[in-house]
Design a protein around this ligand. Structure first.
Ligand code: IPM
Ligand code: MG
Length: 375
């Protein structure tokens, strides 16, 4: 029996509706295993700006600091995207939270599901069995450098800085991960060392650290080449280590391999022993409130959270339930635009699976009516 306090930040757009499904699944897990999860909801992003004027109210930071883990939905609103002169932006909330909690490593696993192989625009033979994980640096680089717009508005600046320490701490994490029994002991550093000074520092530091991990083979790849290789030959990758902005870009790209951006989870870990779990997708405002978004990225993020909280068996059960829905073609509109199920139906199916309510046969007609799936 475990008691855990979870801070929940639903955020913007589809954030609330996908997070709701994760909570449903977590509640099913709690009931099945006799755990007690307490959720404290807090504000961040456009929703927080609307209500308080601040994308990250102090209260949210307080709640997070007092929690065992944070579950986060998505951030962003078109009214800010289309207004380059906006002084306050929703994304500032997330960036400040990552920085305040020192969540310096964002971990994004990429794998394929046999039942979805045909949906990827990539040929099945190239992607079957792909299994790699991106370690993206999350609190440094160009995201957090000095930003300036000249007075006459004719030039702008974004500075990119990295310190040795910032590179070392995430590199150690990635090397340790590459050593795990389940991994293939290969680490690829993705950078732009032919042009950028920061990238050359990344290479120097990673090369030095590599001597401490003799069982891990290290590969160095320029980011433009990596962008191509991820599509052309993704099976070559095991652990990818990269800086903040390159990681942001290549992880969206890599989601094409799985079949949808909506499927990928992530964990952001750091120095304080606290971690934040969020799907890699954005707030997808066009779908907000329509019950059509894919909740699996969020549900698998909740599974990563269970793992982080030392609930291995619980995490595996959620992953198995997700596999089961995908194998049985219970998928959302992003995956099958014709025969799709609603966000809430997928959440219900996954939590019913966890509760053991899905045994023998399932009446598809009932699911189509979004009724209980049990006969
Ligand atoms: C992500 C997102 C964020 C990022 C945005 C919303 C600030 O794209 O988590 O990948 O760029 O880090
Ligand atoms: Mg991104």
């Amino acid at each position: 029996m475990m008691k855990k306090n979870i801070a929940v930040i639903e955020g913007d757009g589809i954030g609330p509706e996908v997070t709701r499904q994760s909570i449903r699944v977590l509640n099913a897990i709690a009931e099945h295993f006799g755990h007690e999860f307490t959720y404290t909801y807090c504000l961040m992003g456009a929703t927080a700006i609307d209500k308080t004027g601040n994308p990250l109210p102090d209260e949210t930071i307080e709640v997070c600091l007092q929690s065992d883990a944070i579950l986060f939905g998505a951030i962003g609103d078109p009214k800010y995207d289309n207004d380059p002169s906006a002084k306050v932006r929703p994304e500032q909330g997330l960036l400040k939270l990552r920085k305040t909690l020192q969540l310096y490593a964002n971990i994004r696993p990429v794998s394929t599901y046999s039942s979805l192989l045909h949906l990827s625009p990539l040929k099945s033979k190239h992607i079957e069995g792909v299994d790699f994980i991106i370690f993206r640096e999350l609190t440094g680089g160009i995201y957090f450098g000095k930003k300036e717009l000249s007075e006459d508005g004719r030039s702008a600046l974004d500075e990119c800085t990295y310190s040795r320490e910032e590179i070392e701490r995430i590199a150690h994490l990635a090397f340790h991960f590459a050593q795990k029994p389940a991994r293939r002991k290969k680490l690829t550093l993705v950078d732009k060392a032919n042009v950028l000074e920061t990238s050359r520092l990344w290479r120097t530091v990673v090369r030095e650290l590599a001597t401490q991990y003799p069982d891990v083979t290290v590969d160095y790849m320029f980011v433009d080449n990596a962008a191509m290789q991820i599509i052309q030959n993704p099976k070559q990758f095991d652990v990818i280590l990269t800086e903040n902005m390159f990681g942001d870009i290549i992880s969206d790209e890599a989601s094409v391999i799985s079949g949808s951006l909506g499927l990928l989870p992530s964990a952001s870990v750091g120095t304080g022993g606290l971690a934040l779990f969020e799907p890699i997708h954005g707030s997808y405002p066009q779908a907000a409130g329509k019950d059509i978004a894919n909740p699996i990225g969020s549900i698998l993020s909740a599974a990563m959270m269970l793992q982080f909280l030392s609930m291995e068996e619980e995490a595996r059960m959620v992953q198995e339930a997700v596999q089961w829905t995908l194998q049985n073609a219970f998928v959302t509109k992003d995956i099958d635009p014709v025969n799709f199920y609603f966000t809430s139906t997928i959440g219900e199916l996954i939590s019913d699976y966890v509760s053991g309510k899905i045994g023998g046969s399932i009446k598809k007609e009932n699911i189509e009516l979004r009724k209980s799936t049990i006969i």
